[in-house]
Write a protein that binds this ligand. Structure first.
Ligand code: AGP
Length: 615
């Protein structure tokens, strides 16, 4: 939550910082701000409440000049979204500026002490204590980088900060403690960059250093120096990140979310890339550090995650149970780590987190690992905290997902979970011969099936959304493997359109929720052809009998559905294990089109942020 950027070099820092903020806006958009310094010791601060456009306009009307700058895009925790609460925050003399991601848990105590020493505060944030703390340490004689290190050490709570002093030309100091989101440092030629996340760096450099917790980095145009929080020098190799710039461009699409929905066939292909050996019909997951004996010894696989990633995990658990014949379940990561779960080395805990930063999921992964369970994460973020929290990381390679609502990363996560299930099945001897060949053939066809699903949904969803976008509530129902997709459809509808929606097993309807049925509550029924299809038809008939409008998502050619439902969104004939992936497309598009008709800011829905780094 919150995005920080920094630049030092010879270019117009305001342009680089603002461009970085544009690419990180998905991390929070309650307010934004930046500070730019010139070589004469002048510091210019610009801050605006609301979305980034407000800051862009402000800087347009009140331009700033300088070759060094830091910026911030905020998801409010302490203090409402306002210009005063926007970062950067400055010390009393206006010479030290700080952008902060995280929470200063002991800010009240620090603030009271600083105020007693004569420091005046201008905001209601916890973050504002940081520049004052640095100023106090400077006054005691510490050099700037040392003052930042000591100040970071006095803050309780995970955080990432970037700091500048007006009178320290070329210098930016960043610190990272605990996990409040990452900090990546990009190396250029005669210039350097800092960002919470790769999208802000990709346009400028492919040489990136990911800071680890408890580290400080001293950044100058000519290079950077890494230190531990104890002040010792540290070194680590720089990563080469190879991400095409087009991934950051919206192209002809109205929203990134729509572009990312349409990228799903490619995203699935990338998740599969080099992980299937067709000659042997085997899935090869070199990242999974389990020997055949260890796989055979597993007695439980548990998927954890939050929101959309949890839904992907719910599907993943079904894959493992079916393909690897191992008891598998799923759980909300935030609940898992607070209930003292019984774990041992025969349990494999798989955390799904596209951002690799979700505090709840990281906490749960660490907890599981500490208790001796085997751990893995499925993530779209190389170098992220999740890749360190778990024993091994399976990258989904979906490419940057800019829309705050997860779309293609969910599809890629389900594909990766399928591959894990196949690998476990092979290792445990439950998936071999023709069955293995069939599963491998099926998944290889998935990108094409997703393409067909997109085409079919595109043909009908717009007209359906036009008929129901004024509804006050939606229900999404499914059975078996499609139940998690009902939940996902409801989540997408809620977060993009702000219409109340609930997703549940169709079997639950008659135990209560059917009381909600009336003319104003469309029911989206995931009625694809599979073993539970007849039961779904019964559920649809029961809704229709009570006057509820039904939008069915069905397998092409299913006549029975046409007779029962008001509208049908077709999907291609798909092997039942892959139906949840294929059925994700129409529910995403229905939510998207509904939200678009309502005129919502779909890429940045209100109150949300792409990575949730606070518990
Ligand atoms: C998805 O559309 C949501 N915005 C949200 O539920 C998200 O899936 C959840 O916060 C988990 O994020 P993660 O995958 O980055 O861990």
């Amino acid at each position: 939550m919150c995005g920080i950027v920094g630049y030092t070099g010879t270019r117009d820092a305001a342009g680089v910082v603002l461009d970085g903020l544009v690419h990180l806006a998905y991390r929070g958009y309650d307010s934004a701000g930046m500070a730019v310094a010139d070589d004469d010791g002048n510091l210019f601060l610009r801050k605006a409440a609301g979305k980034l456009d407000n800051l862009l306009q402000l800087v347009g009307s009140e331009p700033v000049r300088g070759s060094r700058g830091i910026g911030h895009t905020r998801w409010a925790t302490h203090g409402p979204p306002s210009a005063a609460n926007a970062h950067p925050h400055a010390d009393g003399a206006g010479e030290i500026v700080v952008v902060h991601n995280g929470i200063v848990e002991n800010y009240a105590e620090l603030k009271a002490r600083l105020a007693a020493n004569g420091h005046a505060f201008l905001s209601e944030t916890d973050s504002e204590v940081i520049p004052h703390l640095i100023q106090e340490l400077l006054a005691d004689g510490a050099p700037f980088e040392e003052a930042v290190r000591l100040a970071a050490g006095r803050i309780h709570g995970a955080h990432a900060i970037a700091c500048m002093h007006a009178k320290e030309p070329g210098l930016i100091v960043a610190a990272r403690r605990g996990n409040a989101g990452g900090v990546a440092v990009g190396a250029g030629t005669g210039e350097a960059f800092i960002a919470s996340d790769l999208p802000a760096l990709i346009p400028h450099t492919s040489r990136v250093l990911f800071m680890e917790p408890e580290e400080l980095v001293i950044v100058r145009p000519e290079g950077f120096e890494l230190r531990t929080m104890e002040g010792r020098r540290a070194s680590r190799s720089v990563h080469y990140v190879d991400v095409p710039r087009s991934i950051l461009e919206r192209g002809a699409y109205k929203h990134f979310t729509l572009k990312e929905i349409h990228e799903q066939p490619d995203a699935a292909q990338r998740a599969l890339h080099e992980r299937i050996a067709f000659e042997s019909d085997e899935v090869a997951l070199s990242e999974l550090p389990l020997s055949k004996a260890e796989m055979a010894a597993l007695n439980r696989v548990l998927f954890i995650g939050m929101g959309t990633s949890l839904h992907a995990g719910q599907v993943g658990a079904r894959y493992v149970e079916t393909l690897a014949r191992t008891p598998a379940s799923f759980e909300i990561a935030a609940e898992f780590s607070h209930r003292d779960p019984a774990l041992d080395e025969r349990t494999l805990v798989i955390g799904i987190t596209q951002s690799g930063e979700t505090a709840d999921t990281l906490h749960a992964l660490r907890e599981a690992r500490a208790q001796g369970a085997r751990t893995a994460c499925i993530t779209n973020a190389p170098g992220s905290e999740a890749t360190r929290a778990a024993e091994c990381a399976l990258l989904v390679h979906a490419g940057a997902e800019v829309g705050v609502a997860s779309t293609k990363t969910m599809v890629s996560s389900m594909v990766t979970a399928y591959l894990i299930a196949c690998a476990l099945g092979q290792g445990r001897g439950t998936l071999s011969g023709e069955r293995a060949a069939k599963r491998v053939d099926d998944i290889a066809r998935l990108p094409a099936l997703l393409g067909a699903s997109l085409e079919m949904a595109d043909a009908s969803v717009e007209a359906i959304a036009e008929r129901c976008f004024k509804s006050r509530s939606f229900l999404f129902i499914g059975r078996g493997l499609l139940e998690p997709i009902a939940r996902e459809g409801a989540l997408k509808m809620k977060e993009t359109s702000y219409i109340h929606a609930d997703g549940l097993s169709a079997a639950e309807m008659k135990h209560g929720p059917i009381a909600l049925i009336g003319g104003d509550t469309p029911v989206v029924a995931l009625a694809l052809r599979n073993s539970l299809y007849p039961k779904m038809l019964n559920a649809v008939a029961q809704v229709r009998a009570r006057g509820g409008p039904v939008i069915a998502v069905a397998t092409e050619g299913s006549k029975e559905v046409t007779e029962l439902a008001d509208d049908v969104i077709w999907t291609p004939e798909t092997p039942s294990l892959l139906q949840p992936v294929v059925a994700t497309v129409p529910v995403q598009l229905l939510a998207y089109r509904t939200a678009d008709l309502l005129g919502n800011d779909i890429d940045q829905p209100r109150n949300l942020a792409k990575s949730v780094t606070v518990e």
